[in-house]
Design a protein around this ligand. Structure first.
Ligand code: AMP
Ligand code: ZN
Length: 116
């Protein structure tokens, strides 16, 4: 079910504009509106799943697919070899602000560890 107030569901429905960089039957990827790296994309499923804690067996293939799409985008856009990061923030303490599960793909610069 698509919640009325979900920004990513609205983007997929064409109700909010976004720069779509990839889409298929399972996932959509867009440019982040507030990029934290030269390449910053958000990959999310077409199905509305609220957080990582709400994933079920039916979503297992989708999560693996997200990582394949991340690798494809990194290769196609030329930052795979330099190194990149795929991040999922779950719940407020980790910085989640959009309640439709998504995976940040960050690249184009070096990243420190541990993360902030
Ligand atoms: P998180 O804080 O992990 O939930 O990540 C949410 C991300 O969504 C943030 O990096 C925001 O900049 C990004 N974001 C929020 N609204 C939009 C939008 N309309 N288009 C693109 N990115 C967005
Ligand atoms: Zn949604």
């Amino acid at each position: 079910m698509m919640p009325d107030n979900c920004v990513f569901c609205k983007i997929m429905a064409g109700e909010i504009p976004a720069k779509v960089v990839y889409e298929d039957e399972k996932v959509t990827a867009i440019e982040d509106i507030n990029p934290q790296a030269p390449h910053h994309y958000l990959i999310f499923p077409r199905k509305h799943v609220r957080t990582t804690l709400d994933l079920s067996d039916a979503d297992t293939e989708m999560v693996g697919h997200v990582f394949q799409v991340a690798g494809k985008l990194a290769r196609d856009r030329g930052f795979a070899d330099q190194g990149f990061r795929v991040v999922n923030n779950c719940n407020e303490g980790a910085g989640q602000s959009v309640w439709h599960i998504h995976f940040h793909l960050l690249g184009g610069r070096n990243f420190s560890w541990p993360p902030g």
